[in-house]
Design a protein around this ligand. Structure first.
Ligand code: CA2
Length: 143
């Protein structure tokens, strides 16, 4: 069981800016939490971040045959990312959309996700624990 975690734009700033919205935890802290949970399931993890949509698209394309499930926090590209949606659709690796915040309790433009219709499910609003829950969800999706 191998899970690819992909993180979109600005998530590298976690813990350094806007703690009132996203908390004090860093992306490196979240990676540690994910690795602990994955180890309990004997699952392998790759954990990556890019500010560039094309890089995320390339990683999704390359996941075929290497990863069983993709967990994607596409950040702002969630709401704009036609290329990401097309990649998820084309490649066919089961994908779980996740968010730190409850996007439905925020600005209207965050309520729409272009990728949700091509994902297995969505986890949002549990802070860093959205990522930990996604490990469990990935196990369920693979089974
Ligand atoms: O809640 C989430 O996980 C989001 O994907 C975060 C995105 C936002 O555009 C989505 O609507 C919901 C923003 C990530 C930016 O992260 C920052 C972290 C620290 C400081 C500034 C931005």
């Amino acid at each position: 069981m191998n899970i690819l975690f992909l993180n979109g734009p600005n998530l590298n700033l976690l813990g350094q800016r806007e703690p009132s919205v996203y908390g004090h935890v860093t992306l490196a802290d979240i990676e540690t939490m994910v690795r602990e949970r994955a180890a309990a399931h004997k699952a392998g993890i790759d954990f990556r971040q890019s500010n560039i949509e094309g890089q995320l698209v390339t990683w999704i394309q390359d996941a075929k045959g290497k990863f069983d499930v993709i967990v994607l926090n596409a950040a702002a590209y969630t709401h704009t990312g036609v290329a990401l949606r097309d990649a998820i659709s084309a490649v066919g690796v089961p994908t779980i959309e996740i968010h730190l915040s409850n996007v439905h309790a925020r600005e209207e433009f965050r309520h729409n996700s272009l990728i949700a219709p091509v994902c297995k499910g969505v986890i949002a609003g549990f802070g860093a624990n959205s990522y930990v829950l996604a490990v469990d969800a990935a196990i369920i999706v693979k089974a």
